[in-house]
Design a protein around this ligand. Structure first.
Ligand SMILES: [Zn+2]
Length: 261
């Protein structure tokens, strides 16, 4: 049985999907870092849903290939600069969760570059289309930028970056989720960038009367969102969210049946 929400919940909580679990990937990358730092050229680690094959090309240059248990490669991550030593657990966890399965060898991503950019939440201003002269798309947050190319997501900071080559028929939603994870790994300070939509607009209701709608949404780069009754409510709650980023409810919890009195 499905229960539709009777009305929008009014508590200042907001909704956010649960993050992809990544403890296996975190442990795998730590094992890889340990092996490569002690002189190994190559190291394999299996996690649920895939395997990582890491190679060192110097102290600040790694390549990590992600394969399905069937042996198909779904992505190749090149970590360079200081990023090589840092965690990319979000990125690889998202690759394993989103990668296509059971495709023919040589299949390429099918995504449209603009659609990937528009479906990302880690962007300073989602309304702005950052289409570049060469046809690629740029998505940026303070501290890092990402260039979306056909089958390649290339993210950089001033100190290094991650270049992710996607193998297989990746769609735009899956590529956007991975692109968000790449920027979250590279720019931790940009994980909670909030903005509110402009409140206050007129509309005509079913009987033709002119009505005023003051509602305003608060959005965050972590995918948290909240429907405010007006813009000051949305702004207040966005600030509350930045101060308490881990206090959130999932939409399923938010839409639980209301207790009748
Ligand atoms: Zn947030």
């Amino acid at each position: 049985m499905t229960t539709e929400p009777a009305h929008a919940p009014v508590e200042r909580h907001g909704y956010r999907a649960r993050p992809t679990p990544r403890h296996h990937e975190k442990a795998a990358l730590a094992a890889i870092a340990q092996a490569l730092s002690t002189g190994a050229r190559e190291h394999h680690v299996a996690v649920p849903g895939g395997t990582f094959t890491a190679r060192s090309y110097g102290p600040r240059h790694w390549r990590v290939a992600v394969h399905r248990p069937t042996g198909q490669r779904v992505a190749l991550a090149v970590l360079h600069g200081d990023q090589a030593a840092a965690s990319a657990a979000r990125t690889v966890a998202e690759v394993i969760r989103r990668a296509p399965t059971g495709f023919a060898d040589g299949a390429r991503p099918t995504y449209d570059l603009v659609s990937v950019g528009e479906n990302m939440v880690m962007r300073r201003n989602r309304a702005y289309r950052s289409l570049r002269a060469d046809g690629t798309v740029r998505a940026a947050v303070p501290g890092a930028q990402l260039i979306i190319r056909p089958s390649v997501l290339d993210a950089t900071t001033t100190r290094g970056g991650i270049r992710l080559t996607l193998d297989g028929p990746w769609g735009y939603r899956e590529a956007a989720a991975v692109a968000d994870a790449v920027l979250r790994d590279l720019a931790p300070e940009a994980r909670h960038l909030t903005y509110t939509t402009g409140g206050g607009r007129y509309y005509y209701n079913e009987s033709g009367s002119r009505c005023y709608d003051s509602s305003s949404w608060a959005h965050c780069s972590c995918d948290w969102h909240y429907p405010g009754s007006d813009q000051s409510d949305a702004r207040w709650t966005a600030k509350w969210h930045r101060q308490h980023p881990d206090a959130y409810r999932t939409p399923e919890e938010a839409y639980a049946p209301q207790r009748t009195i």
